[in-house]
Ligand binder design. Structure first.
Ligand code: AHR
Length: 503
Protein backbone atom coordinates (compact mmCIF):
# COMPACT_ATOMS: atom_id res chain seq x y z
CA UNK A 1 0.00 0.00 0.00
CA UNK A 2 1.49 3.34 -0.92
CA UNK A 3 0.08 6.70 -0.15
CA UNK A 4 -1.07 9.87 -1.83
CA UNK A 5 -1.71 13.30 -0.36
CA UNK A 6 -4.34 15.76 -1.41
CA UNK A 7 -4.60 19.35 -0.23
CA UNK A 8 -7.70 21.47 -0.68
CA UNK A 9 -8.20 25.00 0.63
CA UNK A 10 -11.61 26.61 0.97
CA UNK A 11 -10.20 29.94 -0.19
CA UNK A 12 -8.81 28.57 -3.45
CA UNK A 13 -11.88 28.28 -5.62
CA UNK A 14 -11.88 27.28 -9.26
CA UNK A 15 -15.43 28.24 -10.16
CA UNK A 16 -19.12 27.90 -9.61
CA UNK A 17 -20.24 24.63 -11.27
CA UNK A 18 -22.66 25.17 -14.15
CA UNK A 19 -25.38 22.52 -13.64
CA UNK A 20 -25.36 22.00 -17.41
CA UNK A 21 -22.13 20.03 -17.16
CA UNK A 22 -24.43 17.17 -16.19
CA UNK A 23 -26.02 17.02 -19.62
CA UNK A 24 -26.68 14.18 -22.03
CA UNK A 25 -27.48 13.64 -25.67
CA UNK A 26 -30.45 12.03 -27.46
CA UNK A 27 -29.86 11.41 -31.14
CA UNK A 28 -32.11 9.85 -33.74
CA UNK A 29 -29.71 6.97 -33.90
CA UNK A 30 -30.33 3.26 -33.42
CA UNK A 31 -32.67 2.80 -30.47
CA UNK A 32 -31.96 5.91 -28.46
CA UNK A 33 -35.22 7.65 -29.36
CA UNK A 34 -37.32 4.76 -30.70
CA UNK A 35 -37.51 1.87 -28.17
CA UNK A 36 -35.41 4.05 -25.87
CA UNK A 37 -37.25 7.10 -24.68
CA UNK A 38 -40.25 6.60 -27.01
CA UNK A 39 -42.10 3.34 -27.47
CA UNK A 40 -45.83 3.89 -28.00
CA UNK A 41 -47.86 0.80 -27.26
CA UNK A 42 -45.29 -0.53 -24.81
CA UNK A 43 -46.54 -1.74 -21.44
CA UNK A 44 -44.03 0.75 -19.98
CA UNK A 45 -45.22 3.78 -21.97
CA UNK A 46 -47.42 6.67 -20.87
CA UNK A 47 -50.15 8.27 -22.99
CA UNK A 48 -47.51 10.16 -25.01
CA UNK A 49 -45.61 6.98 -25.82
CA UNK A 50 -42.76 7.93 -23.45
CA UNK A 51 -41.26 5.02 -21.56
CA UNK A 52 -41.95 5.71 -17.88
CA UNK A 53 -39.24 3.36 -16.64
CA UNK A 54 -36.65 5.14 -18.80
CA UNK A 55 -37.95 8.54 -17.67
CA UNK A 56 -37.60 7.48 -14.01
CA UNK A 57 -33.97 6.46 -14.62
CA UNK A 58 -33.26 9.69 -16.50
CA UNK A 59 -34.46 11.59 -13.43
CA UNK A 60 -32.37 9.42 -11.14
CA UNK A 61 -29.34 9.92 -13.37
CA UNK A 62 -29.64 13.63 -12.67
CA UNK A 63 -29.18 14.98 -16.20
CA UNK A 64 -29.89 18.67 -16.59
CA UNK A 65 -29.80 19.44 -20.31
CA UNK A 66 -30.19 17.20 -23.37
CA UNK A 67 -28.80 17.84 -26.83
CA UNK A 68 -31.07 16.91 -29.75
CA UNK A 69 -31.63 15.69 -32.52
CA UNK A 70 -28.01 14.73 -33.40
CA UNK A 71 -25.20 14.00 -33.98
CA UNK A 72 -24.38 12.92 -37.48
CA UNK A 73 -28.12 12.45 -38.00
CA UNK A 74 -28.58 16.21 -37.73
CA UNK A 75 -26.65 16.92 -40.92
CA UNK A 76 -29.29 15.32 -43.15
CA UNK A 77 -32.35 16.15 -41.04
CA UNK A 78 -35.25 18.29 -42.18
CA UNK A 79 -36.91 19.37 -38.92
CA UNK A 80 -40.20 19.98 -40.76
CA UNK A 81 -40.54 16.22 -41.32
CA UNK A 82 -40.87 15.79 -37.56
CA UNK A 83 -43.71 18.24 -36.84
CA UNK A 84 -47.42 18.22 -37.62
CA UNK A 85 -49.84 15.28 -37.55
CA UNK A 86 -47.86 12.08 -37.03
CA UNK A 87 -49.86 10.18 -39.66
CA UNK A 88 -48.75 12.69 -42.30
CA UNK A 89 -45.05 12.69 -41.50
CA UNK A 90 -42.80 11.26 -44.21
CA UNK A 91 -40.44 8.35 -43.75
CA UNK A 92 -36.92 9.22 -44.82
CA UNK A 93 -33.66 7.39 -45.26
CA UNK A 94 -31.05 8.50 -42.75
CA UNK A 95 -27.68 8.62 -44.46
CA UNK A 96 -25.68 8.91 -41.24
CA UNK A 97 -26.69 5.56 -39.79
CA UNK A 98 -28.25 3.89 -42.84
CA UNK A 99 -31.62 3.48 -41.21
CA UNK A 100 -35.21 4.47 -41.83
CA UNK A 101 -36.42 7.57 -39.97
CA UNK A 102 -40.17 7.37 -39.37
CA UNK A 103 -40.36 10.91 -37.94
CA UNK A 104 -42.94 9.83 -35.38
CA UNK A 105 -40.83 11.61 -32.79
CA UNK A 106 -39.88 15.20 -33.55
CA UNK A 107 -39.39 18.63 -32.03
CA UNK A 108 -42.75 18.81 -30.20
CA UNK A 109 -42.36 15.31 -28.76
CA UNK A 110 -38.86 16.19 -27.61
CA UNK A 111 -40.01 19.40 -25.91
CA UNK A 112 -42.90 17.61 -24.22
CA UNK A 113 -40.55 14.84 -23.08
CA UNK A 114 -38.00 17.35 -21.73
CA UNK A 115 -40.68 19.10 -19.72
CA UNK A 116 -41.85 15.80 -18.24
CA UNK A 117 -38.25 14.77 -17.49
CA UNK A 118 -37.43 18.16 -15.94
CA UNK A 119 -34.50 18.81 -18.29
CA UNK A 120 -33.55 21.74 -20.48
CA UNK A 121 -33.51 21.16 -24.26
CA UNK A 122 -30.32 21.96 -26.19
CA UNK A 123 -31.17 22.11 -29.88
CA UNK A 124 -28.94 21.83 -32.92
CA UNK A 125 -29.47 23.28 -36.40
CA UNK A 126 -28.51 21.39 -39.53
CA UNK A 127 -25.58 23.10 -41.26
CA UNK A 128 -24.72 20.04 -43.37
CA UNK A 129 -27.52 19.65 -45.92
CA UNK A 130 -29.34 22.81 -44.76
CA UNK A 131 -28.46 26.36 -43.76
CA UNK A 132 -29.66 29.80 -42.70
CA UNK A 133 -33.30 29.53 -43.75
CA UNK A 134 -33.95 26.24 -42.00
CA UNK A 135 -32.23 27.51 -38.85
CA UNK A 136 -34.37 30.64 -38.77
CA UNK A 137 -37.51 28.63 -39.42
CA UNK A 138 -37.01 26.15 -36.59
CA UNK A 139 -36.07 28.98 -34.24
CA UNK A 140 -39.27 30.79 -35.18
CA UNK A 141 -41.19 27.54 -34.60
CA UNK A 142 -39.74 26.94 -31.15
CA UNK A 143 -39.21 30.43 -29.76
CA UNK A 144 -41.39 33.06 -31.42
CA UNK A 145 -44.70 34.35 -30.14
CA UNK A 146 -46.10 36.12 -33.22
CA UNK A 147 -48.84 35.83 -35.78
CA UNK A 148 -46.35 34.36 -38.23
CA UNK A 149 -46.12 31.22 -40.36
CA UNK A 150 -43.95 28.91 -38.22
CA UNK A 151 -45.09 30.27 -34.86
CA UNK A 152 -48.70 29.73 -35.96
CA UNK A 153 -47.84 26.21 -37.12
CA UNK A 154 -46.57 25.39 -33.64
CA UNK A 155 -49.82 26.71 -32.16
CA UNK A 156 -51.80 24.69 -34.72
CA UNK A 157 -49.88 21.63 -33.58
CA UNK A 158 -51.20 22.18 -30.07
CA UNK A 159 -48.34 24.14 -28.48
CA UNK A 160 -49.53 27.66 -27.82
CA UNK A 161 -46.55 28.86 -25.80
CA UNK A 162 -43.11 29.11 -27.35
CA UNK A 163 -40.55 26.73 -25.91
CA UNK A 164 -37.90 29.44 -25.53
CA UNK A 165 -34.95 27.17 -26.21
CA UNK A 166 -31.86 29.01 -25.07
CA UNK A 167 -28.95 26.86 -26.26
CA UNK A 168 -28.40 26.10 -29.96
CA UNK A 169 -25.56 24.17 -31.57
CA UNK A 170 -24.51 25.38 -35.02
CA UNK A 171 -24.18 22.08 -36.86
CA UNK A 172 -22.39 18.93 -35.77
CA UNK A 173 -18.79 17.76 -36.26
CA UNK A 174 -18.40 19.76 -39.45
CA UNK A 175 -14.64 19.06 -39.39
CA UNK A 176 -15.28 15.34 -39.96
CA UNK A 177 -15.05 13.96 -43.53
CA UNK A 178 -17.80 11.50 -42.51
CA UNK A 179 -20.21 14.36 -41.93
CA UNK A 180 -22.89 14.98 -44.55
CA UNK A 181 -22.05 18.44 -45.89
CA UNK A 182 -18.55 18.38 -44.35
CA UNK A 183 -16.85 21.73 -44.89
CA UNK A 184 -13.52 23.44 -44.60
CA UNK A 185 -13.05 25.56 -41.48
CA UNK A 186 -13.38 28.70 -43.63
CA UNK A 187 -16.61 27.63 -45.31
CA UNK A 188 -18.13 26.31 -42.09
CA UNK A 189 -17.33 29.36 -40.03
CA UNK A 190 -18.63 31.73 -42.72
CA UNK A 191 -21.91 29.84 -42.65
CA UNK A 192 -21.99 29.45 -38.85
CA UNK A 193 -21.32 33.16 -38.31
CA UNK A 194 -24.06 34.20 -40.69
CA UNK A 195 -26.51 31.73 -39.12
CA UNK A 196 -25.55 32.99 -35.67
CA UNK A 197 -26.17 36.58 -36.73
CA UNK A 198 -29.54 35.64 -38.22
CA UNK A 199 -30.61 33.69 -35.15
CA UNK A 200 -29.64 36.62 -32.95
CA UNK A 201 -31.87 38.85 -35.07
CA UNK A 202 -34.73 36.74 -33.71
CA UNK A 203 -33.38 36.50 -30.16
CA UNK A 204 -30.17 38.19 -29.10
CA UNK A 205 -30.05 36.28 -25.82
CA UNK A 206 -29.52 32.83 -27.29
CA UNK A 207 -26.44 30.86 -26.27
CA UNK A 208 -24.78 29.65 -29.46
CA UNK A 209 -22.29 26.80 -29.75
CA UNK A 210 -19.91 26.66 -32.70
CA UNK A 211 -18.75 23.17 -33.70
CA UNK A 212 -15.14 22.60 -32.71
CA UNK A 213 -13.13 19.44 -33.33
CA UNK A 214 -14.63 15.96 -33.34
CA UNK A 215 -11.70 14.77 -31.26
CA UNK A 216 -8.19 15.78 -30.30
CA UNK A 217 -6.63 13.46 -32.89
CA UNK A 218 -8.26 15.16 -35.85
CA UNK A 219 -5.49 16.34 -38.19
CA UNK A 220 -7.18 19.75 -38.30
CA UNK A 221 -7.49 20.13 -34.51
CA UNK A 222 -6.11 23.48 -33.43
CA UNK A 223 -6.16 25.12 -36.81
CA UNK A 224 -9.88 24.39 -37.05
CA UNK A 225 -10.58 26.14 -33.72
CA UNK A 226 -8.39 29.09 -34.60
CA UNK A 227 -10.06 29.63 -37.96
CA UNK A 228 -13.66 29.28 -36.78
CA UNK A 229 -13.10 31.48 -33.74
CA UNK A 230 -11.33 34.15 -35.79
CA UNK A 231 -14.41 34.29 -37.99
CA UNK A 232 -17.24 33.93 -35.48
CA UNK A 233 -15.80 35.05 -32.12
CA UNK A 234 -18.19 37.89 -31.39
CA UNK A 235 -21.38 36.08 -32.42
CA UNK A 236 -20.98 32.79 -30.53
CA UNK A 237 -20.66 31.90 -26.84
CA UNK A 238 -19.26 28.40 -26.65
CA UNK A 239 -17.01 26.19 -28.75
CA UNK A 240 -17.80 22.49 -28.75
CA UNK A 241 -15.43 19.58 -28.33
CA UNK A 242 -16.24 15.91 -28.69
CA UNK A 243 -14.28 12.96 -27.39
CA UNK A 244 -14.69 9.22 -26.90
CA UNK A 245 -12.27 6.81 -25.23
CA UNK A 246 -11.78 3.08 -25.45
CA UNK A 247 -9.55 0.30 -24.22
CA UNK A 248 -7.26 -0.46 -27.15
CA UNK A 249 -5.97 -3.62 -25.46
CA UNK A 250 -3.94 -1.93 -22.72
CA UNK A 251 -6.28 -1.49 -19.78
CA UNK A 252 -3.72 0.38 -17.66
CA UNK A 253 -3.38 2.95 -20.42
CA UNK A 254 -7.16 3.11 -20.75
CA UNK A 255 -7.44 3.80 -17.01
CA UNK A 256 -5.49 7.05 -17.40
CA UNK A 257 -7.07 8.21 -20.68
CA UNK A 258 -8.72 11.21 -19.01
CA UNK A 259 -5.24 12.75 -19.35
CA UNK A 260 -6.16 13.26 -23.00
CA UNK A 261 -9.34 15.10 -22.01
CA UNK A 262 -7.34 17.31 -19.61
CA UNK A 263 -5.02 18.26 -22.48
CA UNK A 264 -7.90 18.71 -24.91
CA UNK A 265 -9.82 21.09 -22.64
CA UNK A 266 -6.71 23.10 -21.81
CA UNK A 267 -5.69 23.34 -25.46
CA UNK A 268 -9.10 24.53 -26.64
CA UNK A 269 -9.07 27.18 -23.88
CA UNK A 270 -5.59 28.29 -24.91
CA UNK A 271 -6.55 28.61 -28.58
CA UNK A 272 -9.74 30.50 -27.70
CA UNK A 273 -7.75 32.83 -25.47
CA UNK A 274 -5.13 33.41 -28.15
CA UNK A 275 -7.88 34.49 -30.54
CA UNK A 276 -9.33 36.66 -27.76
CA UNK A 277 -5.97 38.37 -27.31
CA UNK A 278 -5.51 38.92 -31.05
CA UNK A 279 -8.96 40.45 -31.25
CA UNK A 280 -8.44 42.54 -28.08
CA UNK A 281 -11.83 41.17 -27.04
CA UNK A 282 -13.31 41.37 -23.53
CA UNK A 283 -15.32 38.27 -24.15
CA UNK A 284 -14.18 34.83 -23.00
CA UNK A 285 -15.39 31.84 -24.98
CA UNK A 286 -16.49 28.89 -22.86
CA UNK A 287 -16.59 25.20 -23.74
CA UNK A 288 -19.42 22.84 -24.53
CA UNK A 289 -18.15 19.27 -24.31
CA UNK A 290 -21.35 18.20 -25.94
CA UNK A 291 -20.36 14.61 -26.76
CA UNK A 292 -18.16 12.58 -24.46
CA UNK A 293 -18.08 9.00 -23.28
CA UNK A 294 -16.38 5.66 -23.36
CA UNK A 295 -17.13 4.00 -26.72
CA UNK A 296 -15.68 0.88 -28.26
CA UNK A 297 -15.45 2.84 -31.49
CA UNK A 298 -12.99 0.71 -33.46
CA UNK A 299 -15.31 -2.29 -33.13
CA UNK A 300 -18.06 -0.24 -34.73
CA UNK A 301 -15.82 1.04 -37.51
CA UNK A 302 -15.04 -2.54 -38.54
CA UNK A 303 -18.69 -3.50 -38.95
CA UNK A 304 -20.05 -3.70 -42.49
CA UNK A 305 -22.47 -0.89 -43.30
CA UNK A 306 -26.16 -1.89 -43.13
CA UNK A 307 -27.51 -2.72 -46.58
CA UNK A 308 -31.17 -2.38 -45.71
CA UNK A 309 -32.89 0.72 -44.38
CA UNK A 310 -34.51 -0.40 -41.12
CA UNK A 311 -36.15 1.75 -38.46
CA UNK A 312 -34.38 1.84 -35.08
CA UNK A 313 -31.67 -0.80 -35.69
CA UNK A 314 -29.50 -2.07 -32.82
CA UNK A 315 -26.50 0.26 -33.30
CA UNK A 316 -23.51 0.67 -30.96
CA UNK A 317 -25.30 -0.62 -27.88
CA UNK A 318 -22.06 -0.92 -25.94
CA UNK A 319 -22.20 -2.92 -22.75
CA UNK A 320 -20.06 -1.18 -20.15
CA UNK A 321 -17.95 -2.91 -17.55
CA UNK A 322 -16.37 -1.87 -14.25
CA UNK A 323 -13.26 -0.42 -15.91
CA UNK A 324 -15.47 1.73 -18.15
CA UNK A 325 -17.32 3.07 -15.11
CA UNK A 326 -14.09 4.02 -13.35
CA UNK A 327 -12.88 5.80 -16.48
CA UNK A 328 -16.21 7.60 -16.86
CA UNK A 329 -15.97 8.78 -13.25
CA UNK A 330 -12.47 10.05 -14.01
CA UNK A 331 -13.68 11.94 -17.09
CA UNK A 332 -16.22 13.69 -14.88
CA UNK A 333 -13.39 14.69 -12.55
CA UNK A 334 -11.64 16.28 -15.54
CA UNK A 335 -14.80 18.15 -16.50
CA UNK A 336 -15.33 19.52 -12.99
CA UNK A 337 -11.67 20.50 -12.65
CA UNK A 338 -12.21 22.94 -15.52
CA UNK A 339 -15.59 24.20 -14.38
CA UNK A 340 -14.18 27.68 -14.92
CA UNK A 341 -14.42 27.07 -18.68
CA UNK A 342 -16.51 23.94 -19.30
CA UNK A 343 -20.05 25.21 -18.96
CA UNK A 344 -21.90 22.39 -20.69
CA UNK A 345 -21.10 18.72 -21.15
CA UNK A 346 -23.28 15.99 -22.65
CA UNK A 347 -22.73 12.33 -21.95
CA UNK A 348 -23.32 10.74 -25.35
CA UNK A 349 -25.80 9.21 -25.41
CA UNK A 350 -28.73 8.80 -23.01
CA UNK A 351 -30.44 5.48 -23.72
CA UNK A 352 -29.32 2.29 -25.52
CA UNK A 353 -26.79 3.93 -27.85
CA UNK A 354 -23.49 4.05 -25.89
CA UNK A 355 -25.65 4.91 -22.92
CA UNK A 356 -25.87 4.64 -19.13
CA UNK A 357 -29.49 3.45 -19.45
CA UNK A 358 -30.55 0.37 -21.40
CA UNK A 359 -34.03 -0.63 -22.48
CA UNK A 360 -35.33 -3.64 -24.36
CA UNK A 361 -38.82 -4.18 -25.69
CA UNK A 362 -40.85 -6.03 -23.08
CA UNK A 363 -38.33 -5.62 -20.25
CA UNK A 364 -37.87 -2.94 -17.60
CA UNK A 365 -35.00 -0.53 -18.26
CA UNK A 366 -31.79 -0.95 -16.29
CA UNK A 367 -28.65 0.90 -15.21
CA UNK A 368 -25.32 0.18 -16.89
CA UNK A 369 -22.16 0.34 -14.76
CA UNK A 370 -21.45 3.87 -15.99
CA UNK A 371 -24.77 5.10 -14.62
CA UNK A 372 -23.44 5.22 -11.07
CA UNK A 373 -20.43 7.56 -11.20
CA UNK A 374 -22.51 9.90 -13.35
CA UNK A 375 -25.53 9.94 -11.04
CA UNK A 376 -23.49 10.44 -7.86
CA UNK A 377 -21.39 13.19 -9.40
CA UNK A 378 -24.45 14.95 -10.83
CA UNK A 379 -26.30 14.78 -7.54
CA UNK A 380 -23.51 15.79 -5.19
CA UNK A 381 -21.04 17.71 -7.36
CA UNK A 382 -22.77 20.98 -6.53
CA UNK A 383 -21.70 24.50 -5.64
CA UNK A 384 -18.10 25.35 -6.44
CA UNK A 385 -15.04 23.38 -7.35
CA UNK A 386 -12.00 23.91 -5.16
CA UNK A 387 -8.42 23.58 -6.30
CA UNK A 388 -7.37 20.06 -5.47
CA UNK A 389 -3.63 19.61 -5.27
CA UNK A 390 -2.58 16.01 -5.65
CA UNK A 391 0.71 14.44 -4.67
CA UNK A 392 0.42 10.87 -5.90
CA UNK A 393 2.39 7.79 -6.83
CA UNK A 394 2.78 7.61 -10.59
CA UNK A 395 1.71 5.36 -13.43
CA UNK A 396 3.74 5.30 -16.61
CA UNK A 397 2.25 4.32 -19.96
CA UNK A 398 3.60 4.71 -23.46
CA UNK A 399 0.88 7.05 -24.60
CA UNK A 400 0.58 9.34 -21.55
CA UNK A 401 4.01 9.14 -19.92
CA UNK A 402 4.09 9.50 -16.13
CA UNK A 403 0.77 10.54 -14.59
CA UNK A 404 -0.84 10.44 -11.14
CA UNK A 405 -2.30 7.14 -10.02
CA UNK A 406 -4.81 9.07 -7.92
CA UNK A 407 -6.95 11.71 -9.54
CA UNK A 408 -9.53 13.77 -7.67
CA UNK A 409 -11.66 16.88 -7.57
CA UNK A 410 -13.41 18.57 -4.64
CA UNK A 411 -16.71 20.39 -4.72
CA UNK A 412 -18.01 22.65 -1.97
CA UNK A 413 -21.66 23.42 -1.47
CA UNK A 414 -21.53 26.38 0.94
CA UNK A 415 -25.32 26.72 1.11
CA UNK A 416 -25.62 23.22 2.55
CA UNK A 417 -22.34 23.11 4.49
CA UNK A 418 -21.10 20.06 2.68
CA UNK A 419 -18.40 18.97 0.35
CA UNK A 420 -17.95 16.04 -2.02
CA UNK A 421 -14.60 14.62 -3.05
CA UNK A 422 -14.58 12.46 -6.17
CA UNK A 423 -11.54 10.23 -6.56
CA UNK A 424 -10.19 7.48 -8.75
CA UNK A 425 -7.36 5.07 -8.21
CA UNK A 426 -6.18 4.39 -11.74
CA UNK A 427 -3.64 1.73 -10.85
CA UNK A 428 -4.68 -1.77 -11.85
CA UNK A 429 -2.48 -3.32 -9.19
CA UNK A 430 -1.89 -1.05 -6.20
CA UNK A 431 -4.10 -0.02 -3.33
CA UNK A 432 -3.45 3.59 -2.30
CA UNK A 433 -4.15 5.11 1.05
CA UNK A 434 -4.92 8.77 0.56
CA UNK A 435 -4.88 11.60 3.06
CA UNK A 436 -6.99 14.62 2.18
CA UNK A 437 -6.37 17.86 4.01
CA UNK A 438 -9.24 20.35 3.89
CA UNK A 439 -7.76 23.68 4.97
CA UNK A 440 -10.13 26.47 5.96
CA UNK A 441 -12.79 24.08 7.25
CA UNK A 442 -13.74 22.72 10.66
CA UNK A 443 -16.11 20.15 12.16
CA UNK A 444 -15.52 17.60 9.42
CA UNK A 445 -17.76 14.56 9.43
CA UNK A 446 -17.97 11.90 6.73
CA UNK A 447 -21.65 11.49 5.89
CA UNK A 448 -21.38 9.16 2.92
CA UNK A 449 -18.73 7.14 1.15
CA UNK A 450 -19.41 5.06 -1.94
CA UNK A 451 -16.94 2.99 -3.90
CA UNK A 452 -17.29 1.36 -7.28
CA UNK A 453 -14.81 -1.38 -8.08
CA UNK A 454 -14.61 -5.13 -8.55
CA UNK A 455 -11.87 -7.73 -8.65
CA UNK A 456 -13.25 -8.57 -12.08
CA UNK A 457 -13.07 -5.36 -14.11
CA UNK A 458 -14.94 -6.96 -16.99
CA UNK A 459 -18.16 -7.42 -15.01
CA UNK A 460 -21.20 -5.81 -16.65
CA UNK A 461 -24.91 -5.17 -16.04
CA UNK A 462 -26.97 -6.85 -18.74
CA UNK A 463 -30.52 -8.03 -19.23
CA UNK A 464 -29.33 -11.51 -18.26
CA UNK A 465 -27.13 -10.63 -15.27
CA UNK A 466 -29.22 -7.82 -13.82
CA UNK A 467 -27.49 -4.95 -12.03
CA UNK A 468 -24.69 -7.02 -10.51
CA UNK A 469 -22.28 -4.06 -10.56
CA UNK A 470 -23.31 -1.47 -7.99
CA UNK A 471 -21.38 1.01 -5.88
CA UNK A 472 -20.89 -0.10 -2.30
CA UNK A 473 -21.86 2.33 0.43
CA UNK A 474 -19.67 1.97 3.54
CA UNK A 475 -17.92 4.59 5.64
CA UNK A 476 -14.35 3.45 6.20
CA UNK A 477 -12.78 6.92 6.05
CA UNK A 478 -11.35 8.32 9.25
CA UNK A 479 -11.22 11.98 10.25
CA UNK A 480 -8.59 13.71 12.34
CA UNK A 481 -8.95 17.48 12.57
CA UNK A 482 -8.94 18.77 8.99
CA UNK A 483 -7.62 15.51 7.57
CA UNK A 484 -9.60 12.65 6.07
CA UNK A 485 -7.90 9.33 5.39
CA UNK A 486 -9.28 6.86 2.90
CA UNK A 487 -8.22 3.72 1.11
CA UNK A 488 -8.69 3.34 -2.61
CA UNK A 489 -8.58 -0.20 -4.00
CA UNK A 490 -6.99 -0.71 -7.42
CA UNK A 491 -9.11 0.47 -10.35
CA UNK A 492 -11.75 2.15 -8.24
CA UNK A 493 -13.97 5.22 -8.26
CA UNK A 494 -15.00 6.72 -4.96
CA UNK A 495 -17.10 9.58 -3.59
CA UNK A 496 -16.59 10.87 -0.06
CA UNK A 497 -19.15 13.34 1.25
CA UNK A 498 -18.52 15.49 4.26
CA UNK A 499 -20.48 17.88 6.37
CA UNK A 500 -18.24 20.73 7.46
CA UNK A 501 -18.10 24.34 8.52
CA UNK A 502 -15.97 27.28 7.49
CA UNK A 503 -13.10 27.63 9.95
O1 AHR B 1 -22.75 9.76 -30.58
C1 AHR B 1 -22.53 9.04 -31.76
C2 AHR B 1 -21.95 9.87 -32.88
O2 AHR B 1 -20.64 10.23 -32.56
C3 AHR B 1 -22.62 11.19 -33.18
O3 AHR B 1 -23.69 11.08 -34.03
C4 AHR B 1 -21.53 11.98 -33.81
O4 AHR B 1 -21.68 13.37 -33.62
C5 AHR B 1 -20.26 11.42 -33.21
O5 AHR B 1 -19.31 11.15 -34.17
Amino acid sequence: MSSAKIIVDRHFEISEIDPRVYGSFAEHMGRCIYEGIYEPGSEFADENGFRKDVMALVKELGVTIIRYPGGNFLSGYDWKDGVGPQSERPKRIDLAWHSLETNQFGTDQFMTWCKAAGVEPMMAVNLGSAGLNEALEILEYTNVDADSKWANYRVANGHKDPYNVKVWCLGNEMDGPWQLGHKSAEDYSTLAASVARGMRQIDENLELVIAGSSNRSMPTFGQWEETILEKAYEVIDHVSLHTYYQDHGNTQEFMVCSTDLDYFINEVCEIADAVKAKKRSDKTITLSLDEWNVWNLSEYQNLPRAKTWEPAPHVIEDTYDVADAVVLGNLMISILRRSDRVKMACLAQLVNVIAPIRAEVGHPAWRQTTFFPFSYTARYGQGKTLMTRIDSPKITTEKFGSVNAIDAVTTYDAANNCSAIFLVNRSLTDTHTTEIELAGFSDLKVIEQVTLTDKDLTKTNTLETGEQVQPVSAITATVSGTKVSITLPPASWQMVRLSLKQA
